[in-house]
Design a protein around this ligand. Structure first.
Ligand code: WQD
Length: 339
């Protein structure tokens, strides 16, 4: 029988790509979302890509404990991937209670239901933000976590700890935290992708919106960093590659392959790319010129961070495959489709 995976926040950017890959790998998926930060564009795209017009969608808020309990009664859930959360760093500084209430309560409810039903496989969507400004590069899963610089980052650290402690305490609860580096790009079909509301905070949506004329000019935040070209370095990971890592992690849990009941994996390419390199690659692969200027550093940005993904390569049997050029071409195809 097909195993069923619940994807909370499954109508969002990462959740929709993961849903596609899970279905293509033969899993049954239940998508749950409260549509607080997206419309149904990606959910409709997922149905088109997979041909699954009947894909179950539950409109609900994970902060509602009763609703989460009911969901687990209505469906036999073999594993849950928890994406449902707010994700804007700046907004979390301005309104920390919004972030603490939503991001923590929703995950606590998932864990409480997992406990109540005597166990579940829980995959938590964490972030490289937990490493802060690393002392040594690349970062491994053993690199120390640093004090979070935003409430958003703090919620990622706290949720990792919730999962670790619940796995230790409640029989049958197992967990994997995936620490994503910088997810970018879109599905090659251009039917699903990132849909930022308002002015994008993240680099790639700002680049594509500038290229299409929605924004006048990209500001590159800082060109005086101690890096080869003076701009920050990140580990940009293709969204489809990232989604496939989730399928590998779910399979590891469901096939009884975990070596510890709580495991952490870095999901990145292992390849540092500077802002300027990314901009140049975007221009080249899409054969256009981008209007950009150098601007002061953005407060809170780390100079450089990239992953050592060897643990995920080895234990999950997963590896990032797409080149940054392929990814940037997909991001541009998605932006043009939105026009
Ligand atoms: C990348 C680089 C900027 C915009 C953040 C969160 C993290 C994660 C992903 C979210 C940096 C530069 C950006 C612009 C620029 N989680 N930049 N001009 O900051 O690495 O990570 O998003 O859900 O937790 O912190 O990603 O895309 O914002 O920035 O020069 O207009 O691009 O300075 O060096 P970041 P980003």
């Amino acid at each position: 029988m097909k195993k069923t995976v619940l994807v909370s926040g499954g109508a969002g950017f990462i959740g929709s790509h993961v849903t596609v890959e899970l279905i293509e790998a033969g899993y049954e998926v239940v998508v749950a979302d409260n549509f607080s930060n997206c419309d149904d564009t990606c959910f409709e795209g997922v149905k088109k890509i997979t041909g699954r017009e009947d894909l179950p969608l539950v409109k609900m808020d994970f902060c509602d404990r009763n609703a989460v309990g009911k969901l687990f009664k209505d469906y036999h859930i073999d594993a849950v991937i928890h994406f449902a959360a707010f994700k804007a760093v700046g907004e979390s500084v301005a309104d920390p209670l919004k972030y603490y209430t939503n991001n923590l309560q929703s995950f606590l409810n998932v864990l409480d239901v997992a406990r109540e039903q005597g166990g579940c496989n829980v995959l938590f969507s964490s972030s490289a933000t937990v490493y802060g400004e690393p002392e040594k590069l690349p970062v491994t899963e053993q690199s120390p976590r640093q004090a979070a610089t935003s409430p958003y980052g703090n919620t990622k650290q706290m949720c990792e700890d919730f999962l670790r402690d619940c796995v230790a305490a409640y029989p049958g609860v197992r967990g994997i935290a995936l620490r994503y580096f910088n997810p970018i790009g879109a599905h090659p079909s251009a039917l699903i992708g990132e849909l930022p509301r308002g002015v994008p905070n993240n680099l790639v949506p700002f680049i594509t919106q500038t290229a299409i004329g929605k924004r006048a000019c990209l500001s590159i935040f800082g060109n005086d960093y101690p890096t080869p070209d003076g701009t920050c370095q990140r580990d940009y990971i293709d969204i489809v590659d990232l989604a496939k890592a989730h399928v590998c992690a779910v399979a590891r849990m469901l096939d009884g392959k975990m070596e510890e009941p709580y495991e952490i994996f870095n999901i990145g390419t292992g390849r540092p790319v500077s802002v300027l390199e990314l901009v140049n690659a975007f221009e080249k692969v899409n054969n256009l010129k981008l209007n950009y200027k150098f601007a002061p550093r953005r407060p809170g940005d780390v100079t450089a961070i990239w992953a050592d993904p060897s643990l995920a390569n080895e234990k999950l049997g997963w590896k990032a495959e797409r080149t940054v050029e392929e990814t940037l071409a997909a991001a541009w195809a998605w932006e043009r489709r939105l026009k």
